[in-house]
Design a protein around this ligand. Structure first.
Ligand SMILES: N[C@@H](CCC(=O)N[C@@H](CS)C(=O)NCC(=O)O)C(=O)O
Length: 235
């Protein structure tokens, strides 16, 4: 049985199954990327709720795993070379899990880099821009009188949706017929933009029919349905 006691996070979130991958998360657009991925690839894991209402992500135990204080983060007791691997940043975790299992990533080197390219597009553009738009549309920023910051993020989000819409015009998924980690990273953010942020009208989502078509297909995948609800939110 692996000994995870060298990781202070396991003192606050006890591992019942230390031989399984440990996931520390909450069902946010970044968090569900990893739960969806784990459901898709069928790797056994144990999930721990990081409750933002209790500022769990700011505790010394959580910061010992991710000094950036953000979910998701993992500890894999069966990491490279048989050693335990701690990892944070959802994009890095998706690449790691794809390569560990040989799933949701093309095998050929060019296809692999192209998938990583679209994953980076999500990590560097879609996530941060939609996140800012969410702040100005749904949270404290909605009361700001000056609408120029909001409008800037609306314009940039529309531009990004157009890039995706064109990419999907002749493809089922971002990489073609194969569902990959680029899709796992991207569609939770589109779903969140329309759903939780209630910004569908603001960005004119009906102008991006390829994006909404792929989003529907994404939301219908059984592993996605499961992953979107892991871990369960506190009542
Ligand atoms: N680039 C990071 C971003 C992670 C991130 O922003 N997570 C948010 C939830 S979606 C979070 O933990 N927020 C808590 C906080 O800021 O206190 C990743 O993709 O893993």
């Amino acid at each position: 049985m692996p000994d995870l006691s060298a990781f202070p996070i396991t003192a606050r979130w006890l591992a019942k199954y230390p031989d399984r991958l440990q996931l520390y998360s909450l069902p946010t657009p970044n968090g569900v990327k990893v739960s969806i991925m784990l459901e898709e690839i069928g790797l056994p894991y144990e999930v721990h709720l990081v409750d933002f209402n209790k500022d769990d992500q700011k505790t010394p135990e959580f910061l010992s795993l991710n000094p950036n204080g953000k979910i998701p983060a993992i500890i894999d007791p069966n990491g490279p070379g048989g050693k335990t691997l701690p990892l944070f940043e959802s994009g890095a975790i998706l690449i790691y899990l794809a390569e560990k299992t040989g799933k949701l990533m093309p095998q050929d080197p060019a296809g692999r880099y192209e998938t990583i390219q679209w994953l980076m597009f999500q990590m560097s553009a879609v996530g941060p821009m939609f996140g800012q738009l969410g702040f100005f549309q749904r949270f404290a920023g909605k009361d700001y009188e000056d609408k120029r910051p909001r409008d800037r993020y609306v314009a940039e989000s529309k531009r990004l949706l157009d890039v995706l819409n064109r990419r999907l015009a002749d493809r089922a998924w971002i990489m073609g017929d194969a569902f990959t980690i680029a899709d796992v990273a991207t569609f939770p953010w589109i779903r969140n933009l329309i759903g939780f942020y209630e910004a569908g009208d603001l960005v004119g989502i009906t102008d991006f029919p390829q994006v909404t078509r792929a989003l529907q297909a994404f939301a219908a995948r059984p592993a996605v349905v499961r992953g979107l609800d892991i871990p369960k939110r506190p009542k």
